[in-house]
Design a protein around this ligand. Structure first.
Ligand code: FAD
Ligand code: MLT
Ligand code: ZN
Length: 472
């Protein structure tokens, strides 16, 4: 089948509205939101139903053409960007946007892959339920992308990752068949749990078209604090204090270095430092409760008093009112965007046991400063899960290209350090194209072997998102 014939056949399946071939309309699908990865494609296909996805996959399989699934295109590893050849077809899932069912009694919501995360949160809130996945890109990332990257974000501490939030999936397999695994059961021990193959597979094993997700009781009480800390170890100790006092009510605990906050204050309009003088480290902490009358402010203040007594906190502000809560979260959520204004941001998303966090920061910072004196280390993240974003910016007077040319060397420093604490080189963003080669040096070879075996079983011809996840 020639490319022109394939386009014509795809158009028969998805209609005019489902096919993009004009260069100016294609552009947005061929690069990621940071413009860190660029690819080529002559066709973007946008099916609107699961049956259409299955027909598209079958057509591309018959034509021997590779598919690159894409949701909101907010991923940070280039997983949704096609390669440079121009031969791959981008399969955009954003027209699969129906919320199929909300079942408050079963505490579930069934949604299609292209539904935006924020819409799921809102649909849950409308029936007095809570969908806990929350991340900076929630206004544009999709459930299909969240599932395919096993997204994490700020609620993992209490509710787990996307894997923990999923009960069932509907998937179009690389051979065009549909796996109907859309069940809302909490228990189902009938053999292998297949949904976990597709969650976190970054589109390399099939196309997720819908999912049954877990809902939780809505949180009616909330307390939020911004705290200055002397060190990452103080943050780890503070988590212990708040857990001992608040148990499951601790719903978020984020850490930020001063460098991270500096970038936000410089580049995100409307943000301001809650304190009068700078500190080396900050934490953003949130407690939540289903009851409106729970004294969460009191609980937080008591925990902070203990932290001050033990020298773990240097200053703190407990938010009063939703505007202040939003202002504090803006300081956290603005980091990713703010760093883009400072030249290339080299992103590393690592995880170690929480108990090793302080030693990790100490060892990694030292090695990075030795390699590039003056390097700006934008370290922050979901410390309660042991997850730090070790993002790097060039020294103040550094050159963009020179800094970028050292990306591999600097990544090695971060990953070797992480590995020395038995950590992982990808906590929540996935591997995409950016980390797939380096993965070969950090992943257990038997695990890699098993992954390759699964890929061969499900996608023997290698047409699902080739060049991603698995090292050659
Ligand atoms: P895309 O970027 O479109 O795709 C991601 C991967 O999934 C690609 O490999 C793609 O091929 C595959 N894919 C997409 N849809 C499907 C499908 N239906 N079937 C099969 N494969 C599919 N991530 C976190 O985990 N935690 C965070 O805290 C976080 N914060 C972020 C903050 C900002 C400001 C930004 C820009 C990103 C952040 N991310 C975070 C990364 C990103 O938002 C998540 O990875 C998100 O889950 C990606 O969703 P998406 O719809 O944009 O997926
Ligand atoms: C975040 O938590 O803000 C993102 O996952 C990290 C990033 O953008 O590097
Ligand atoms: Zn993150």
């Amino acid at each position: 089948m020639t490319p022109t014939e394939l386009s014509a056949r795809l158009r028969e399946v998805v209609g005019e509205a489902g096919l993009v071939t004009e260069p100016d309309q294609l552009a947005g699908y061929l690069t990621d939101w940071r413009d860190a990865y660029r690819g080529n494609a002559a066709v973007v296909v946008r099916p609107a139903t699961t049956a259409e996805v299955a027909a598209v996959v079958s057509l591309c399989r018959d034509a021997g053409v590779a598919l690159v699934p894409q949701g909101g295109n907010t991923g940070l590893c280039g997983g949704a960007v096609p390669d440079a050849s121009g031969d791959q077809v981008v399969l955009s899932l954003t027209r699969l946007r129906r919320i199929r069912e909300v079942d408050p009694a079963n505490q579930t919501i069934t949604v299609e892959a292209g539904v935006v995360l924020q819409q799921v949160q809102q649909a849950a809130a409308a029936v007095d339920r809570f969908f806990p996945l929350s991340l900076g890109a929630e206004g544009s990332c999709t459930i299909g992308g969240n599932l395919s990257t096993n997204a994490g974000g700020t609620g993992v501490l209490r509710y787990g990752t996307m894997r923990d939030l999923t009960l069932g999936l509907e998937v179009v397999l690389p051979d065009g068949r549909i796996w109907h695994g859309l069940r809302g059961l909490r228990k189902d021990n009938t053999g292998y749990d297949l949904k976990h193959l597709f969650i976190g597979a970054e589109g390399t094993l099939g196309v997720i078209t819908a999912a049954v997700l877990k809902l939780y009781p809505a949180l009616h009480g909330r307390a939020t604090a911004w705290i200055a800390l002397p060190s990452p170890q103080a943050a780890v100790d503070l988590i212990e204090i708040l857990r001992a006092r608040g148990g499951d009510r601790l719903t978020a605990f984020e850490i930020m270095s001063r460098q991270s906050v500096d970038f936000v204050l410089r580049h995100v309009p409307g943000t301001r430092d809650p304190f009068t003088s700078p500190h080396d480290w900050y934490a953003l902490v949130e407690l939540g409760d289903t009851r409106t009358d729970a004294d969460l402010d009191g609980l937080l203040e008591a925990g902070l008093a203990e932290a001050f007594d033990r020298g773990l906190a240097l200053d703190a502000v407990v938010a009063s009112g939703s505007a202040q809560v939003a202002a504090l979260w803006a300081l956290r959520e603005g980091i990713s965007e703010a760093q883009n204004h400072e030249g290339p941001s080299l992103k590393h998303d690592v995880t170690v046991p929480v108990s090793s966090i302080a030693a990790l920061v100490e060892r990694t910072d030292r090695a990075l400063q030795e390699a590039v004196p003056g390097i700006r280390i934008v370290v922050y993240g979901h410390i309660g899960d042991g997850n730090l974003h070790y993002n790097l910016s060039k020294p103040v007077d550094g050159d963009d290209e020179e800094f970028r040319s050292r990306a591999d060397e600097l990544a090695r420093i971060v990953y070797d350090s992480t590995s020395s604490f038995d950590g992982s080189i990808s906590a929540e963003h996935g591997l995409g194209q950016s980390k797939r080669d380096v993965m070969a040096d950090y992943k257990d070879p038997v695990a890699l072997d098993l992954m390759r075996g699964l890929k061969d079983l499900l996608d023997p011809v290698g047409l699902m998102n080739p060049g991603k996840v698995l090292p050659d």
